[in-house]
Write a protein of this length. Structure first.
Length: 301
């Protein structure tokens, strides 16, 4: 359990750094081409790691059903939501989009109860309130309009929530690296099909030297993200993992501060609330795992 949580904390750290760098990396390049390139590079890296550590036997032993499930992870996690998310960002305020995306842990928790039979303690509702309030203050939301762009981002967020639950189910029988490979490989295949269908495939060969460098840098971060996330998710409840992942937001804010931006009192309040929310979700889930709660006999019920 501790190892799994460490992996998820590393994921949050990488996420915060990646979001900070992506705003520079995606400048001047088609977002779909950018996503496809990163997915493909990471898929190649993961396949190399699997072969290097002689774990390729797991790929050979995958059943048709498991391959289909990995393809589904690539569809609902590694391709469609990215296309929806970036299109939505072009149509709505970035702050509203960011807030919608940060509500993903709520949908994950609900889906985990329904499909994974995870039990939610009362503390998770306290954590949810703290996390939502933290994002509200950190992002500095003054108004919120559910326009067409926001709806697309909400759809993307729901897709990612579904993918997290499917992945958690797959991880009961597969390694984290195998599930990560499935997501990145099939995700790149589906995005490539989209690029051909929309006449944008030629843009892949138009990537310039500086853009290629950014793609490689962010691909390394994405490799770290998916390997730590899926290996951590294998050992941690998906609802808890999703809550801890929100710690990436304060990291991005702190990096912006180091880059020259100022942090307002409202943002400091947001960072504090986010940290408190992640702590509540994590601490009380650990108590439920560790404490030997007494079992009631039939006569006591």
């Amino acid at each position: 359990m501790k190892k799994g949580l460490l992996f998820v904390f590393l994921t949050a750290l990488i996420s915060g750094l990646a979001i900070f760098l992506n705003k520079f990396a995606v400048s001047g390049i088609n977002s779909s081409v950018f996503t496809f390139s990163k997915n493909l590079i990471v898929a190649i890296f993961l396949l190399s790691i699997i072969i290097l550590f002689k774990k390729h036997s797991e790929l050979k032993q995958l059943t048709r059903k498991q391959w289909s499930a990995l393809a589904l992870v690539g569809l609902v996690g590694g391709s469609v939501p990215f296309l929806l998310f970036f299109k939505g960002l072009q149509m709505t305020a970035s702050i509203a989009g960011a807030f919608i995306h940060k509500t993903m842990f709520i949908y994950i928790a609900v889906l985990a109860v329904i499909f994974l039979k995870e039990k939610l303690s009362k503390s998770i509702f306290v954590a949810a309130a703290l996390l939502l309030a933290g994002n509200y203050f950190l992002l500095g939301i003054n108004s919120f309009i559910l326009d067409a762009g926001a709806i697309l981002i909400l759809c993307a967020t729901l897709f990612w929530a579904v993918e997290s639950v499917i992945s958690k189910k797959l991880l009961t029988s597969l390694s984290g690296n195998t599930v990560a490979f499935g997501r990145m490989f099939f995700g790149s295949v589906f995005i490539l099909a989209f690029l051909f269908a929309t006449g944008q495939a030629a843009l892949i060969t138009a990537v310039k030297g500086s853009q290629l460098l950014w793609i490689i840098i962010t691909s390394v971060l994405l490799l770290g993200y998916v390997t730590t996330w899926y290996n951590g998710l294998k050992q941690v409840k998906v609802s808890v993992a999703a809550s801890v992942l929100l710690l990436g937001s304060p990291i991005t804010t702190l990096l912006n501060f180091a880059y020259g931006s100022s942090i307002t009192l409202q943002q400091w309040i947001g960072i504090t609330l986010l940290a408190a929310g992640a702590f509540v979700a994590l601490y009380f889930s650990q108590i439920r795992v560790r404490l030997p709660f007494p079992q009631h006999s039939r006569s006591e019920q």
